[in-house]
Design a protein around this ligand. Structure first.
Ligand SMILES: [Zn+2]
Length: 154
């Protein structure tokens, strides 16, 4: 769809591509306020979960299983917050929603990347959006990306 940003991602938007399956693509989020935070995007323009096809649901289920196993193995995450909010699309008078699912790993224990320690200070509570107290350096994001990509594609 022409006016949908998710149907028209730039090469820059795709720089953190982690996994590309038949129906979905998985990107590491630019903001690593929760270490390993990802976005799973449906490859066709479709605006709501009830409109997903059986094969798409099944592949999403397999991706969720794989991603959770990955994040627990690589970074010792405790569990994962999954959300499909779609709110921002509805700020527009003509909403053009495109299904994408946010995955925010949650951590009971600190995560150390390149010697930097990251804490999930509100573990056990709702994730906070726009959390800025611990932004990752570009170098740490590259490290996170490399580790997850290697695990997911091996
Ligand atoms: Zn779209």
């Amino acid at each position: 769809m022409k006016r949908c940003e998710w149907c028209n991602l730039s090469e820059e938007d795709k720089k953190y591509l982690l996994s590309d399956t038949k129906y979905w693509t998985v990107y590491l989020a630019d903001e690593q306020d929760y270490i390993g935070r990802c976005i799973i995007v449906l490859k066709r323009h479709c605006g709501s979960l009830p409109e997903l096809k059986d094969d798409e649901w099944m592949e999403l289920f397999l991706l969720i299983k794989k991603y959770e196993k990955c994040i627990k193995t690589v970074f010792n995450a405790e569990h994962c917050n999954w959300s499909c909010l779609m709110n921002s699309f509805y700020k527009s008078p003509e909403p053009c929603p495109h299904i994408h699912i946010h995955a925010r790993p949650r951590y009971k224990n600190p995560v150390v990347i390149n010697g930097n320690t990251y804490l999930d200070n509100n573990f056990g509570h709702h994730y906070s959006s726009g959390r800025t107290e611990q932004m990752c350096s570009k170098e740490d994001i590259q490290t996170i990306y490399g580790l997850l990509k290697k695990w997911l594609n091996s």
